[in-house]
Write a protein that binds this ligand. Structure first.
Ligand SMILES: Cc1cc2nc3c(=O)[nH]c(=O)nc-3n(C[C@H](O)[C@H](O)[C@H](O)COP(=O)(O)OP(=O)(O)OC[C@H]3O[C@@H](n4cnc5c(N)ncnc54)[C@H](O)[C@@H]3O)c2cc1C
Length: 486
């Protein structure tokens, strides 16, 4: 599909329609947050860290609600935010093409509208899934047509709390550092936003030339004619295995801990507006039950990704094969599993991401104060689950909560709008399906807080407001014009 020539006029027409739709809806709403200047510096109402899908929708939603003094910062170059054109290695998205994800309920902002405008209805009908790089093109377009205030090449190095209910963000841009003042900070920092890549401790001490995590840049050309191993059975493991095979790997061993590859996509399967809006209303133990069951069932890799691997006779699927030992033997590795020993030249870990605040320098000041589920909720019997225990325990607008009340009140203004929020809010802050609903919940919470905090200014405005709607000539006082009868 991507080889078809896009119709620029079609896209321009869609943009005109979107402009009209926004005008008809009187969007964005008028700006209403009083500007603040502190020590001669203007304060940004909301800084969003990360301009991936979540950061873009959060920004669009805040703007829709009239919060326009905001910034979206991303260390990636423009058009390279998130995984899509960096380490994502699937051909198409896993999600159905029809998902309206970031569109905020606006038909002209959907991926379908973007696609059909350029390639036509017939091509849409023939399309199986959104091609991966086209999804990135869509996010680039989304940001452009909404005029979102994104700044690329800006890394947020440190977030610090001041005593006057503001944050100082230390940012680095083009080799120089400077500071920004902000009232609220939203972490839209992605799947690894509270930690990093998870790699088993087996790799400790093993030279990096022998291994990589699936989220790292990998030169697949270098794997031609080599023996490659991949650990895991998720989507990323399959896609990395496929890339190695397509690059000409001589042999590919896929080591899967389980005795079978997960086949049923549980939580997605029961997806509905009930789950989207109702999950946050569950009691803690019910939230835990739902997600413990989901995580233990695991998410299957997409069928197309598995077929992409199994199409090669060089691919060997090893089930019930956790890696017991990994050692360097001269110029290669020896992998030991309960089923045997395997020589390989390079090993890729498709083992996902972990929460570990020690890996996020920008959060160092807050790390000791952030409350996690394990700090207050004992896992129910038979449901121990490290991933859930290490989930941040969040408030109703994705804000962090304090481990010890009163120890770090600024956490109430630091919002965690990324994947680890799932146990508190459901899947509203990472994947495509309900990202607009998540951003709506986040933005409304920030709006409420900004308004309440500025109540004295708003009340002073109320008292000072004196623009009359009536001129006083619309009626007459009956007692002045008609003398009452004696
Ligand atoms: C390989 C892969 C495939 C996926 N496929 C699908 C799919 O098919 N369907 C689906 O629904 N979901 C999918 N997902 C899940 C999800 O949609 C993506 O992870 C998506 O990118 C989440 O968007 P995000 O904005 O939360 O994070 P990201 O897109 O990762 O964006 C986070 C951004 O934050 C920036 N950042 C982080 N820290 C800082 C900092 N300190 N300073 C400045 N910038 C910073 C990063 O540079 C990055 O651009 C996939 C995920 C992966 C990893």
């Amino acid at each position: 599909m991507t080889t078809m020539t896009p119709d620029a006029a079609g896209l321009a027409a869609l943009e005109a329609r979107l402009k009209q739709d926004l005008a008809w809806l009187e969007l964005p709403a008028k700006s209403w947050v009083p500007r603040r200047v502190v020590d001669g510096e203007s304060v940004v109402d909301v800084v969003i860290v990360g301009a991936g899908m979540a950061g873009l929708v959060a920004s669009a939603m805040l703007r829709r609600l009239g919060v326009d003094n905001q910034l979206v910062l991303d260390r990636a170059r423009a058009g390279e935010e998130g995984p899509w054109v960096t380490f994502a290695r699937m051909r198409t998205l896993r999600s159905p093409k029809e998902l309206t994800g970031p569109a905020m309920g606006m038909p002209a902002l959907t991926f379908r509208a973007f696609y059909e405008a350029q390639y036509g209805r017939q091509a849409w009908q023939a399309l199986h899934r959104a091609p991966r790089t086209m999804w990135m093109d869509y996010l680039i377009w989304y940001r452009k047509v909404l005029g979102l205030p994104v700044r690329n090449g800006v890394s947020v190095e440190r977030i610090q709390a001041r005593s006057d209910e503001l944050f100082t963000l230390e940012i680095s841009e083009g080799g120089t550092s400077r500071q920004i003042l902000a009232r609220h900070v939203v972490l839209a920092t992605g799947r690894d936003g509270l930690g990093g890549a998870y790699v088993p401790s087996l790799c400790d001490g093993i030279d990096r030339r022998f291994w990589a995590h699936s989220s790292a840049p990998i030169d697949f050309e270098r794997l031609r004619d080599r023996r490659v191993a991949v650990v895991g059975a998720g989507a990323s493991a399959m896609d990395n295995a496929a890339m190695a095979l397509e690059a000409g790997a001589a042999r590919l061993d896929l080591f899967i801990r389980r005795a079978d590859i997960p086949r049923v996509n549980k939580f997605t399967g029961i997806g509905s507006q009930g789950v989207v809006h109702g999950f946050a209303g569950l009691s803690d133990d019910w939230k835990w039950r739902f997600l413990d069951h989901t995580l233990k069932a695991q998410t299957p890799p997409p069928r197309q990704s598995v077929l992409r691997v199994s199409a090669y006779p060089q691919a060997h699927f090893h089930l019930a094969s956790p890696i017991d030992d990994l050692v360097v033997a001269g110029d290669h590795l020896i992998v030991t599993t309960p089923k045997g020993r395997y020589a390989t030249d390079f090993i890729i870990f498709g083992t996902g991401f972990k929460v570990d605040l020690a890996l996020r320098d920008e959060l160092a000041e807050f790390a000791p104060h952030i409350r996690f589920w394990c700090d207050r909720f004992p896992a129910p019997d038979g449901m121990d689950n490290a991933e859930l225990e290490n989930s941040p325990d969040l408030g109703d607008s994705f804000q962090f909560l304090e481990k010890e009340p009163g120890a770090c009140p600024m956490l109430a203004r630091l919002h965690c709008f990324n994947y680890p929020a799932t146990l508190s809010h459901g899947k509203l802050s990472g994947d495509i399906p309900a990202i607009s609903e998540g951003a709506d919940r986040l933005a409304r919470g920030i709006v409420r807080r900004l308004f309440v905090e500025d109540r004295e200014i708003h009340f002073a405005n109320l008292k000072a407001f004196a623009t009359p709607e009536l001129a006083g000539d619309e009626w007459q006082d009956a007692d002045v014009t008609h003398q009452p009868a004696e």
